[in-house]
Every structure is written in C-alpha cells, then in structure tokens.
Design a protein around this ligand. Structure first.
Ligand code: NDP
Length: 443
C-alpha cells in the first residue's frame, strides 16, 4: 500500500505534465514585462482620461507636470477615483450581461478542438444582448431625453475604477482556480512564475458550468459598454448644444463607425472561436483588463474628446472619412470571412490552399494569399478613420491608431511564432508563398 501510493501519485503527476507541459519561453519580455504591462494598462487608462478631458483642463491640459504633482498629493483627488454609484451601476451592468446570456435564446456552437480532443460548446447570443441593451437605452433616451443618459460621461473615472477592480478580481480568481486538478492550462501560461502566469493567463478556458468567462468577457460587458459610452457622448453633446439635430457630423460618424465594428464582432460571434485569444491564450489579467477596462474606456477617446471639442467636418471630409472606414471594413470583413468559412470546412470562393503535415490546411489565395494578416490591414484603416473626425488639434486622439499599429505588429509576430511551432516547415513554405506580413507589397 505504502509503495503503491507514491507510484500512482507520480503517474498522475506525469499525466498532468503531459496534458499541461511547462512553459519554457516567455513573451512580453517575461515577468518584468508582464509586471510593467499589468501596472501600465490601468495607469494608461486613467492617464488618457486625465490627459485629455475638460475636467482636467484640456487635451492635453497645460502645465502637466505641475498638475500631476498637485493632484497626486491631494487626498481629495484620490477619493475622486472612487464613485460608489458608478461601481453599483457597473455591477448592475455586468449582472445584466450575465442574465442576458442566461435568458436570451441562442444556438449552441462548438469551438475548435482542444488538445484533449474534446470541444467546448458556447451559447451564441451576444448580438441579441447588444440589441436588447440598445433597445433599452434608446427607449430610455426617447422617454426621458438625452440628459438621462449622460452619466457615463459624467462618472467616467468612477466607471474606470469599477471596471479595473472587476478585472483584478477576475484575474486573481482565475489564477487561483487554475490550480485545481484537471484544469487545462494555456501552453504559454504555465511557466511557474506567478507574476507572468497571472498576467498571461494560466487556465485556457475558465468556466462556471457552461458559462465561459473568456468568450463572455471578450464580447459582452466591455465591447457593448463601449457603444453605450459613445451613445452617452452623443447625449452629452446633444444636451449641451440643444438637441440631437445639433450634434456634430464628426461625433455621429464616430458612433456609427465604432458601433458598426462592435455590431460586426457580436453578429459574427462564432468567428471568435478561431482567434488567437480563444484558441491559444489563457484567461488572465491581460485579457480581463483589456476586455473590461481598456476596450470600453480607451477606445471611446475620440468620442469623449468630441464632446468638449466639437468638430464640424462638412460633406467633403465626411465622404473621405466614410470611404476610408468602409474600405477598411471591407478588407477586414472579407479577410476574416474567408478564413472563418475555410476553418469551418467551407470554401465558397474556391480559394487555393495546401494541406500541412498536421492535416490542417492553409489558404494561399484570396486575402490570405496577399499577406499573412490581411485582416489587420483592414482594422488599421478603420482605426485611422476613427481618429480623422477629431481633426489635427491634438495627437492624443491618434493614440488608438498608434497603439493599435504596435499591438498588431507585435501580435502578427506572436502569431507567426505560434504557427511556426504548430506547422514547422509547412509554415516556412507558406511564408515563402506569402512573404508580406500585413500590407501586401509593403510590409
Ligand atoms: P486571426 O483571426 O488573424 O487568426 C490567426 C490564425 O489564423 C492563425 O493562428 C492560424 O490559426 C490561422 N491562419 C493563419 N494563416 C492562415 C491561412 N493562410 N489560412 C487559414 N488559416 C490561417 O487572429 P487574431 O485573433 O489576431 O485577429 C482576429 C481579428 O480581431 C482581426 O481582424 C484583428 O484585427 C482583430 N483584433 C482586434 C483587436 C482590437 O482590440 N480591436 C485586438 C486583436 C485583434 P490556425 O491555423 O490554428 O487556424
């Protein structure tokens, strides 16, 4: 008995190691990088608010260093980061999203094959959650007027704090829960270094029953909130300028473009299952803070700026910006559509492909024959179109497109490495056939 137990214990340990091998290489410059990004993302979210806001004196405010030291030494400033009402509203919003997921009908769709051979099943109702949220919001605005929906603008900092706390709680809880026996870990999140694993995400798909935290957070509470924040910005401008008819074309365009982007992601919900975040990354602080705080509160920067700096574009500039956005959208949608169809066993355009040794196939014509990440090109063109309506008075409203270019260039390299590991020499062959990374003929 006493000799058997250690043997079965070590057999279990071997099986666990086989299922969840140790991560031996770091990304993001390892634990120091993970630590700095974990601090940097919430800090930058606040900095972009205080660095570009009428409440702090402009975009950017004058005398920035003096103002920073004055604010940081003032306890009232620190207290101002917390807003109990905003925190309760945020919790209510999060609960609404969970309730909508549970109650609204939706197809059950299988994700990609896990390395255990099984597949997760997801409930698809993000788009109906979006429609419900938009319906309720429009109803309230119609009934009570635009002033009833300006609280997201007024309580912006309080909402950031609530979302950051929610993302820390989820990051810590998922990290702690990932140590239970049987959890499938992300191949890149099992280094044994707590700072790194907490950041990058240790468990691949943390779930409570059939409720999958990663896909839920990726699509619902943050992404839908981003559109609601944009709507709140339109309401704030309408309240100040005397009605919706006085809202500037630049702000309407920003709401339209960004709302369309969100609607597209939610409408094409199953498309997310082939994305890197879902197939490869664990759910840790990187995704929780990105989904819940960064996306809604940073991506709305242009709309927030336009509230206190109205810009009128006129028909000619509007046409140019619209053209930019829709060319970007066309590339983004057709490229993602070609790959999603193909990964789901369909090839309606009869695109060329080759079969790798692993059995998986890679497209070599259509958008994926022009560059290895054509979808990023479309995304970048749209990002530019979202900043143009703010004019050129400040570089801060171009933060999104600049950051996004860096993120996508880095992401493309991460994906190349991951695909090289997955496909070995077949990936090299694909790189020879399709030498450009993102922009065909250029990069
Ligand atoms: P992609 O949708 O670009 O998917 C990359 C994967 O596609 C690869 O890992 C590989 O996986 C597969 N693949 C690569 N080449 C081929 C090919 N030739 N044929 C078939 N399959 C191929 O990943 P992302 O998650 O990075 O991007 C998805 C979308 O989300 C993009 O449009 C992006 O711009 C957007 N995005 C937006 C962000 C935002 O903050 N707004 C942030 C990040 C992304 P496999 O072979 O295993 O299927």
């Amino acid at each position: 008995m006493s000799t058997k137990q250690p043997a079965s214990g070590s057999a279990k340990a071997n099986a666990a190691n086989e299922l969840n091998p140790r991560t031996t290489t770091y990304e993001f410059l390892g634990p120091p990088g993970a630590f700095l990004i974990s601090l940097g993302v919430p800090l930058t979210t606040y900095a972009l608010y205080f660095g570009c806001s009428e409440h702090s004196g402009g975009c950017p405010p004058a005398l920035v260093p003096a103002r920073i030291s004055l604010a940081l030494s003032d306890p009232a400033w620190w207290k101002g980061l917390w807003d109990t009402q905003a925190a309760l509203m945020y919790l209510g919003w999060y609960a609404f999203c969970i309730a909508a997921w549970a109650i609204l009908p939706g197809d059950r769709v299988e994700g990609t094959t896990l390395r255990t051979g099984g597949k997760k099943v997801y409930k698809i109702n993000a788009f109906s959650t979006f429609l419900l949220a938009l319906g309720l919001t429009s109803g309230a605005i119609y009934r009570y007027g635009p002033a009833s929906f300006t609280f997201l603008y007024e309580k912006f900092v309080g909402f950031i704090t609530a979302a950051v706390i929610m993302s820390i709680v989820q990051g810590v809880a998922c990290y702690a829960a990932s140590f239970r026996p049987g959890a499938i870990l992300a191949l890149g999140g099992n280094s044994g270094n707590p700072i790194y694993d907490f950041y990058i995400g240790r468990e691949l798909n943390p779930s409570i029953g059939s409720f999958d935290l990663k896909t839920f957070n990726e699509l619902r509470p943050g992404l839908i909130l981003w559109t609601l924040i944009d709507i709140s910005m339109v309401c704030e401008q309408a309240t100040r300028r005397g009605g919706f008819s006085q809202v500037t074309d630049s702000l309407w365009l920003t709401l339209l473009f960004q709302g369309l982007y969100v609607a597209d992601a939610l409408y094409n919900e199953p498309g997310i299952f082939t994305q890197m975040d879902i197939t490869t990354d664990g759910f840790g602080f990187m995704l929780s803070v990105g989904d819940l705080a960064w996306v809604p509160f940073v991506y709305c920067l242009q709309a927030r700026y336009l509230v206190f700096t109205p810009v009128v574009l006129g028909p000619a500039l509007t046409a140019v910006v619209v053209l930019f956005n829709f060319v970007g959208y066309y590339i983004f949608r057709t490229a993602n559509g070609e790959k999603n169809d193909f990964r789901n066993g369909k090839n309606p355009k009869n695109l060329q492909f080759f079969t790798t040794e692993s059995g998986s196939k890679l497209l070599t014509s259509g958008w994926w024959g022009r560059s290895r990440h054509p979808n990023y090109l479309g995304d970048l063109l749209m990002a530019l179109a979202w900043s143009f309506p703010t004019g050129f008075a400040t570089p801060i409203t171009y933060f999104y497109v600049t950051y996004f270019a860096v993120l996508l260039i880095h992401r493309q390299r991460r994906d190349d490495e991951a695909c090289e590991k997955k496909y070995g020499k077949d990936w090299k062959k694909y790189m020879e056939l399709v030498p450009y990374r993102i922009i065909p003929g250029v990069y």
